[in-house]
Design a protein around this ligand. Structure first.
Ligand SMILES: Nc1ncnc2c1ncn2[C@@H]1O[C@H](COP(=O)(O)OP(=O)(O)OP(=O)(O)O)[C@@H](O)[C@H]1O
Ligand SMILES: [Mg+2]
Length: 409
């Protein structure tokens, strides 16, 4: 007999339905998983066997084969543990096969049968709703998935609780959506003294979603201004909040299942790799550019970033999407962000400040900012020169006169 359970595989930030087929047949005892599983999916075998021990169920001494269909879609992540366990239990007639027909499940199994949280519960709930099935997720993921009101979400703590629900021994209550996440009050633009021109540039960038580059010497408040930009952005619309939360869910960044209406603000360090910035890599996680979707991507010390990492942002700036191609997959991530960047005018930073001149000027300035390619420079609608703010003389304490030293010291 072939038992079937349902789960999802992530294709970028979209959840695609996957059938987990299990057959128990005569032959040499063994447990095999096929259907393009990666290492974390193949390791499910050991976790499932151990979790069965916690249920006092022994693996049959026959050949157990699990197929993840469609077989040409790569499967990554530990969330396949629960559907694999349920499909095997249905093949052993511990769980009724009809009960599994009606649910999509995902969750990582601990060796003692506990269900550990996984990423992507929110898009999984959307896929389950589209398919007209209920969703079983680990307890910690319940509040996040329950935001999709069209799907009944059940959130067991352990494999035993999931089995008891499916066998009608102890039906689980529906999970409730998490709180609307209140982000801590953003830093306020009113804390910036003076800098009228730079503040105006920040306000225009926020109002018109114009990409902004600030150039100025160290201490000219470039970083201070940029981090205060989210404070003047309007809250996200419900549609934008959902889009952004789906990305954060896949990236495992939805704190306690709460959806936030504040625009995201991402500030990757200048050592960020290509995968960290645009996504992909192991686990096909979204990058910082996607996590900043509908919000602000702040690149401080722009010329210090690797040039190809900055240039990889040229496509999403134009299209609002990132396409990552791999040997066996083509992944699309949404990435519509407001790009704010800050740079010193030259390596030592002093070339443009009034009263200070770098000895290597103007060559050092051209070399330093020349690290940013022309087409990338062209994508900044606004370029603002920041100067150091100097307190008016009346506000400065008069420096104490240097006293001549006495010969005794
Ligand atoms: N206009 C200002 N109003 C209030 N504080 C300021 C202002 N300019 C600078 N500061 C103070 O100086 C600190 C340094 O400023 P900030 O880090 O924003 O400079 P920066 O232009 O980013 O310099 P760097 O090029 O070294 O990164 C701020 O944290 C703040 O305390
Ligand atoms: Mg700075």
């Amino acid at each position: 007999m072939v038992a079937i359970a349902y789960t999802v595989a992530f294709d970028g930030v979209e959840a695609r339905l996957v059938e987990v087929q299990c057959s128990v047949s005569a032959g040499l005892p063994g447990f095999g998983i096929v259907g393009l599983p990666d290492k974390s999916v193949s390791e499910a075998r050991e976790r499932v066997k151990a979790a069965f021990g916690a249920l006092s169920i022994a693996m049959p001494s026959r050949r157990v084969t699990v197929n993840l269909s469609p077989a040409d879609l790569p499967k990554e992540g530990s969330h396949f543990d629960l559907p694999i366990a349920l499909a095997v239990l249905a093949a052993l007639e511990v769980v009724p096969a009809e009960a599994l027909e009606r649910v999509v499940s995902l969750g990582e199994l601990a060796l003692d049968g506990r269900l550990s949280p996984v990423t992507g519960a929110l898009p999984a709930a959307m896929a389950a709703a589209e398919d007209g099935r209920a969703l079983i997720v680990p307890r910690a993921c319940g509040p996040e998935a329950a935001w999709v009101a069209a799907v009944p979400v059940l959130a067991p703590r352990t494999l035993r609780e999931a089995v008891d629900h499916l066998t009608d021994r102890a039906p689980l209550p529906r999970a409730q959506p998490g709180e609307l996440a209140e982000t801590a009050r953003a830093a306020d633009l009113s804390e910036v003294i003076g800098q009228e021109r730079a503040r105006r540039a920040i306000e225009i960038a926020a109002a018109g979603r114009h990409h902004l580059l600030m150039v100025g010497p160290p201490g000219a408040s470039k970083s201070m201004l940029a981090t205060r930009l989210p404070g003047i952005l309007p809250p996200l619309t419900p549609q934008e909040a959902l889009e952004t939360s789906v990305i954060h869910s896949v990236a495992g960044q939805l704190a306690e299942g709460g959806i936030s209406r504040s625009a995201p603000f991402c500030q990757p360090h200048h050592t960020a790799s290509m995968a960290a910035m645009v996504g992909g890599g192991r686990g096909a996680r979204p990058g910082q550019a996607s996590i900043a979707h509908n919000g602000v991507l702040f690149l401080d010390e722009l010329p210090e970033f690797e040039r190809r990492v900055i240039d990889a942002l040229r496509e999403p700036i134009e299209t609002g999407e990132i396409h990552v191609s791999r040997a066996n997959a083509h992944i699309r991530y949404p990435a519509r962000f407001l790009l704010v960047a800050a740079a010193n005018p030259c390596r030592c930073g002093e070339i443009a400040d009034a009263g200070q001149t770098c000895s290597k000027a103007p060559r050092c300035g051209a070399d330093y900012l020349g690290r940013i390619s022309g087409p990338m420079m062209d994508r900044f609608d606004l370029r603002s020169r920041c100067r150091r703010f100097r307190l008016p003389t009346w506000a400065c304490p008069r420096p104490a006169k240097a006293r001549p030293r006495s010969p005794s010291g």
